[in-house]
Design a protein. Structure first.
Lengths: 192, 192
């Protein structure tokens, strides 16, 4: 199920500079057979709430065709190709929030996939036999294009706001909106 | 680390009705000893991107004092007290996105903790010995107050947009912003 990326177009909200950066990360995503689009574009609606970007991702993936489909594939690429670097670049005001980060810790990175189309509620990824509801996919194409990836911290430079991680499965420059510690008691399915 | 909730105040953006609802979920959160606040309130900034609410949570927790600190505690309460019900109520346009949901599946619920203060970058939760950087805490108090909880699906009524789940650790009425399938290959820390 982690292989459920789709291809996507259109641009999110934000400042002019951010819109321009987002355009560089957007790509064509014509509606495929079996796909269902909303009657509206969530990105064109008056927002219910507003996000601030706390930083951005630095990755080797500069075009949509280069980006691995998920974090497992990104990690495999990182292991296979020497010299691929991945880091989170956190803006100055938010750096005190990194105080307790150490190499070896595992964190969820929440990204804003600002190049992704937001109106496809049923999608037909190429690798799937049948179309699927968006909430069963990890596609960046979703009403709120939030990406969620679990990564390991390799190095921390708190003062410069740089967190080197083992892999990232988003395009270079993708905005970061949150970081959360992974916890065994909360983030593994409960026994039944 | 999952026990890292803080208490919080102030209200997010959104419509008047949503602001009123959010006010009911907000609470006082004076800055404690050792805590560090940003020089600005991210909730008062011009947003970099806009979220739409796709639904809301239905939980037994109606006042901040009642809400468990994390999903593990919520699950323990649900097991101890008969009759506690938890569900995700998804708005009509987004219901086709639930097409593949079945009982037994495990999903991440992303919530917008709209009652939470957004400017505390270092926090001193009561149960911690020392203040900690916000990105090492699962506190709803954070620059973008996104909550992330892993739950099991018990029942699905797609047409009515109701997903009954085993537990939720947010206040009744909390906006839902995304649902994602949990996947073993992506959401368990990589072996090293």
């Amino acid at each position: 199920m982690a292989d459920d990326r789709n291809d996507s177009g259109t641009v999110g909200s934000g400042s002019q500079q951010e819109k321009s950066d987002a355009r560089a990360r957007s790509w064509e995503n014509p509606t495929r057979k079996g796909e269902i689009a909303l009657a509206f574009d969530p990105g064109e609606r008056t927002p219910d709430a507003g996000l601030v970007y706390i930083g951005h991702a630095k990755t080797p993936w500069v075009g949509p065709g280069e980006c691995p489909r998920n974090i497992r594939q990104a990690r495999e690429r990182a292991e296979a190709e020497a010299g691929l670097g991945f880091s989170l670049q956190i803006d100055e005001p938010y750096r005190p929030g990194l105080a307790d980060y150490r190499p070896g810790q595992v964190v969820f990175v929440l990204m804003w996939m600002d190049g992704a189309r937001r109106d496809l509620i049923v999608q037909a990824p190429k690798h799937r036999e049948r179309p699927a509801g968006v909430f069963s996919l990890r596609s960046p194409v979703r009403p709120n294009p939030i990406g969620l990836s679990l990564v390991s911290i390799l190095e921390v430079e708190q003062e410069r706001g740089i967190i080197v991680v083992d892999a990232l499965d988003c395009l270079d420059g993708t905005p970061i909106i949150d970081l959360k510690p992974w916890t065994q008691t909360a983030d593994i399915p409960a026994a039944r």
